[in-house]
Design a protein around this ligand. Structure first.
Ligand code: COA
Length: 330
């Protein structure tokens, strides 16, 4: 059996936070934000809206578009670093409850912005081993809940949203997910982290109390490492599978920063019209950004059955990964 990418869905909250809004909150400017990141606005969930609420809306669309019934789903895996509850229960279990999918394994994984590539590979492995047939994978984030809106170096970057996909078993080789790479190097853990609240610093003394539960980032170093690592990882996956940039219909990178995307796209000799960009309107939605971007090309009618997508991502951990995925939906 092969694993195929059968359907996609996404959801974004209604509330828009523009660069002009941020100008009133911190010492920044629309010009600086657009020039350094390409971000114009991002969506922010309401106080009542949780990560699982957004995930459920994305998942319902993915299930409906897959043509399978929810009773056929036999595994739920959610990538998130902004779960409904930090220790337990898992957001995946809550999503299962809200979708009324019961007695099915459900768990979260923590790989930050690379999360969707990790859950994609997990689904692929479960299906290829014959253990599962239809896996609901989700990337969902309420980044606004872990962002310090007094810190101009991070609060301009992040936004909220969710994306979901159904990965199904198939015997059609042409629909099979071609390859997924995932990797990590914890030696760079302090490039991107939320220092307080875990067992590493349970008493919240390290970075002044609650503020230490928000994202801290060494932005400039992360930027340089991201460009280097992503370029070499993508070159490797293309070479290993004997695929060239010309075979790729859509390059769907993690939407962190326009300049990172542009630098990697250029190094890969990727035509601009193949590069999917949503960072301008949604900012960095971490594990949700890739499925949200895939949903964008799906809903605009550009993504067709058989189109090969090249995915890549980089994030806290540090983690990174890439994937070659033909779209197997309608
Ligand atoms: N508005 C105005 N000025 C700002 C600012 C803001 N929002 N944020 C930082 N600055 C200032 C800094 O204080 C610094 O000022 P100084 O020179 O007086 O010290 C100056 O701008 C340059 O800061 P620097 O951090 O070197 O800028 P940069 O070009 O690296 O851009 C990022 C900052 C965050 C946009 C960029 O580093 C980045 O995108 N990094 C990757 C982040 C990322 O993608 N993380 C997630 C990975 S998944």
């Amino acid at each position: 059996m092969y694993a195929s990418f059968r359907s996609i869905g996404a959801y974004v909250p209604e509330n828009v936070l523009t660069n002009a809004d941020l100008e009133k909150m911190v010492d920044t400017s629309d010009e600086w934000i657009v020039q350094r990141t390409g971000i114009h606005e991002r969506r922010i969930a309401s106080d009542e809206e949780t990560t699982s609420d957004m995930a459920v809306k994305a998942a319902k669309l993915a299930i409906e578009r897959s043509g399978i019934s929810k009773e056929e789903i036999d595994l739920i895996v959610c990538a998130t670093i902004s779960p409904d509850y930090f220790n337990m229960p898992s957001t995946a279990a809550i999503i299962g409850d809200k979708l009324d999918i019961r007695n099915v394994a459900a768990f979260d994984i923590s790989a930050a912005c690379t999360g969707f590539i990790y859950v994609l590979n997990i689904a692929k492995a479960f299906i290829e081993s014959g253990m599962k047939k239809n896996v609901l994978i989700i990337g969902a984030e309420k980044m606004s809940a872990i962002t310090d809106f007094t810190d101009r170096t991070t609060c301009i970057l992040f936004g909220d949203g969710a994306g979901a996909a159904i990965i199904s078993a198939t015997d059609k080789k042409e629909d099979a997910i071609i390859d997924v790479h995932m990797s990590a190097d914890g030696g760079y853990a302090d490039f991107l982290m939320t220092p307080n609240g875990g067992t590493g610093n349970p008493h919240m003394s390290e970075v002044g109390g609650e503020a230490g539960c928000f994202i801290k980032m060494r932005g400039n170093e992360t930027f340089k490492l991201a460009v280097r690592t992503l370029t070499s990882d993508v070159e490797k996956i293309l070479k290993k599978n004997n695929i060239t940039s010309e075979d790729i219909k859509f390059f769907v990178p993690h939407q962190a920063n326009y300049r990172i995307i542009h630098a990697v796209g250029k190094a890969l000799d990727m035509n601009n019209d193949k590069v999917v960009l949503t960072v301008g309107k949604y900012g960095n939605t971490s594990g949700a950004s890739i499925p949200m971007a895939i949903n964008d090309i799906y809903e605009s009618g550009r993504l067709k059955h058989g189109d090969i997508m090249l995915l890549d991502a980089f994030g806290g951990g540090l983690t990174w990964g890439s994937a070659l995925v033909p779209f197997a939906g309608k």
